[in-house]
Design a protein around this ligand. Structure first.
Ligand SMILES: *Cc1c(COP(=O)(O)O)cnc(C)c1O
Length: 404
């Protein structure tokens, strides 16, 4: 018991103790946080579809028709028509032969990476990739090399090394839109390197879907490489307003995943209501391109307002906007101060981001109003200025030893 207390006290001392905040009511552009109405600037519900009438109706109807849960893993008795219908729709949406639904994006990345590579193989991973990719690389048992963030020359030097030539198979893996920085991977150049060095390319498009590319088809579609990138993963939990995730790939790859991705085999299938809700959200994205456009417009309004307030937004060109403040303690102080003025922008600290790059990570929704985003920018700029500490300059993407 004492040891647990000590570990928690250590987290407190470093400003790294995390606490859960509870929403009282549904999640929209504003939320009720413990009785107080605040502007929500830290949800991945980018298009606001968790409250859309057709999404809610589809979820409720699926609960009536298929039940509250799948009751089993996909390979036993957990595969139901809603799973297969959504897999067909997702494959078509992204321009792939096939897709396969997993329990979550975290599980999809574990399962896909450890299916694509194993001991004797090599995996090259961007330094700022999502934690689920980092864990997937570890789990795979493949040799892992981290390349500097979006640094193609560094990646190429790894691919040209003797180590790469000795590997049986090589995988390059990258976020499409980087989840804590809002910048976008150089997907076309990554694919060119992959082809030249006989490597596979995997892109995790968790944040691109619903925001980038024609009709919100994602960062891979924006690069016009749907069906070309060997495999993409995406989540049903963000713009798609449900829970679960998927991989898009070839038919043969889908067969292999079904037979060897342990996070697919040994975990219960996603509940039919969550799957049906995500399917309705996908249909809504297709029928309402104006929502995707509005998200882009809102993101531009917030980015410009923050810049007008004197803040730096890194290389973000999306709805994810990082405001670096440096230390974890300061990020938490700025977050609390903004919250007390009615703006909820979560502080993000190590190990989610590298040491010294704690930040407020803002995310915009299509359902925000431009005016409230402009006001929020001023509140946040004030909060950051008020909590200023004498600090050295911080660069985005600052490396840390065990970033991956
Ligand atoms: C959120 C996220 C995941 C995990 O998806 P879940 O469905 O929430 O488990 C994976 N990759 C990236 C880049 C993410 O941002």
């Amino acid at each position: 018991m004492e040891r647990l207390d000590q570990r928690l006290a250590e987290l407190d001392a470093k400003g790294l103790r995390r606490r859960l905040r509870t929403l009282v009511g549904p999640q929209g552009p504003h939320v009720n946080l413990g009785g107080k109405r605040v502007l929500l600037l830290c949800s991945n519900n980018y298009l606001g579809l968790t409250a859309h009438h057709s999404v809610l109706a589809a979820g409720a109807a699926a609960a009536e028709r298929w039940g509250s849960g799948a009751g089993s893993s996909r390979l036993i008795s957990g595969t139901m028509e809603p799973h297969l219908a959504l897999e067909r729709a997702l494959a078509e949406f992204h321009g792939y032969e096939s897709s396969l639904i997993f329990g979550s994006g975290y599980l999809a990345n574990l399962g896909v990476i450890s299916t694509l590579v194993g001991p004797g193989d090599l995996v090259c991973s961007d330094r700022l990739n999502h934690a689920s990719i980092v864990d997937g690389c570890r789990l795979s048992g493949a040799e892992k090399r981290i390349f500097r963030h979006r640094d193609l020359a560094h990646l190429e030097s790894i691919l040209a090394s003797a180590q790469a030539r000795a590997a049986d198979r090589t995988l390059i893996v990258s976020d499409g839109v980087f989840s804590m920085d809002g910048d976008v991977a150089p997907i076309a150049a990554l694919l060119e390197l992959a082809r030249r060095y006989d490597a596979m390319l995997m892109i995790d498009d968790a944040h691109g879907v619903g925001s980038l590319g024609p009709g919100g088809r994602g960062a891979v579609a924006e690069a016009a490489l749907g069906g070309e990138v060997d495999i993409i993963t995406g989540t049903l939990g963000k713009a798609l307003a449900g829970y679960g995730a998927y991989a898009c790939c070839s038919d043969r790859m889908r067969e292999l995943l079904i037979n060897s991705a342990r996070s697919f085999i040994f975990s219960t299938a996603p509940p039919p209501p969550a799957v049906a809700a995500a399917h309705a959200a996908l249909d809504t994205i297709r029928s309402r391109p104006d929502l995707v456009r509005k998200l882009g417009e809102n993101a531009a309004v917030l980015r410009e307002s923050l810049i007008d307030c004197g803040l730096a937004i890194g290389d973000s060109r999306t709805q994810i906007i990082p405001l670096l403040v440096g230390s974890a303690t300061r990020a938490v102080a700025a977050c609390e101060l903004a919250l007390s003025h009615g703006v909820y922008a979560q502080a993000i600290r190590p190990p989610t981001v590298p040491e010294g790059t704690s930040r407020l990570r803002l995310s915009v929704m299509a359902s925000h109003r431009a005016e409230e985003l402009r006001e929020a920018a001023a509140v946040i700029a004030d909060a950051i200025a008020t909590t200023a500490e004498p600090t050295t300059a911080i660069a985005l993407g600052t490396p840390i030893a065990d970033a991956a």
